[in-house]
Design a protein around this ligand. Sequence first.
Ligand SMILES: O=C(O)CCC(=O)C(=O)O
Length: 302
Amino acid sequence: MSDASSTPGPSRTSDPDHPGAAAIDSLSDLGADLARRHRAVPSSGAAVPAPVVEADLDAVTRDGYVVLEGLLDEAECAAVRDAVAPLLDRTGRNTFEGARTQRAYGVLARTRACDRMVDHPRVLALLDRLLLPNYLLSQLQVINILPGEEAQLLHPDDAVYPVPRPRPPLGAATVWAVDAFTAENGATVVLPGSHRWGDDRTPDRTDARLPATMAPGSCVLFVGTLWHGGGANRSDRARLALTAQYCQPWLRPQEAFTLSTGRDTARAVSADIRRMLGYSIHPPFVGMVDGMHPQRLLDAPS
Ligand SMILES: O=C(O)CCC(=O)C(=O)O
């Protein structure tokens, strides 16, 4: 069932009770057999030159994050700004979401304008190396930090999963600057190297906190183990951002996108986003629907 597999399936047997049944000698055979029509295709990240990805990956491995500059142009940022403005109608329900921060969820079901922030090749090229094939989208939010907002509680995103640290990350995230991120307007604050900390360590005043300052159309990508948070907005203008979180394909995503996002949306997005919404399998079975690859739900008329 794995669409991560690109190898031909196992050979068919001549068992008279099960004509055409495949011989399965290993779990990878099983995955390859069940994928059949829905085999892996490389993500759009495969087109990114290897030296570029390796430099990005070196930074992430060393510091826990990397700033990817200038991935979207001003027209693309303006389109995102226009599309998300009507979605920003409320402030946070607690100080973690932010009393002076507007958030919008369910973005993919409401606009196509943000898709490139979810499946940008530079991001996918890194995720392809940090996570297992068929990693999933775990969250997608618009975050608009208003003037006067205080610094968010520092946190690692994958602390929601009860797995002891230190350990490899269970996911990764991007925060995209739609407006320029500055030290004054609430640029995401990162703690370099904190992705290696164990459970016995939380940030104290001696730890370096760096604002991820960047131009519109750039993003900061960090692993789920990195301590970070939204910055205080001491400017007189809002700071508009979009954040996408991704997780290993065997984990439960924070938002159940297969429940919250309709099949018309799943058909409308790119193959990379569709796979990340859950129309994919972690081999041999995780994510199946009625014993079959979930992509079949989209092949049939709904
Ligand atoms: O808005 C930001 O810069 C980061 C927000 C964040 O880390 C979160 O809400 O989990």
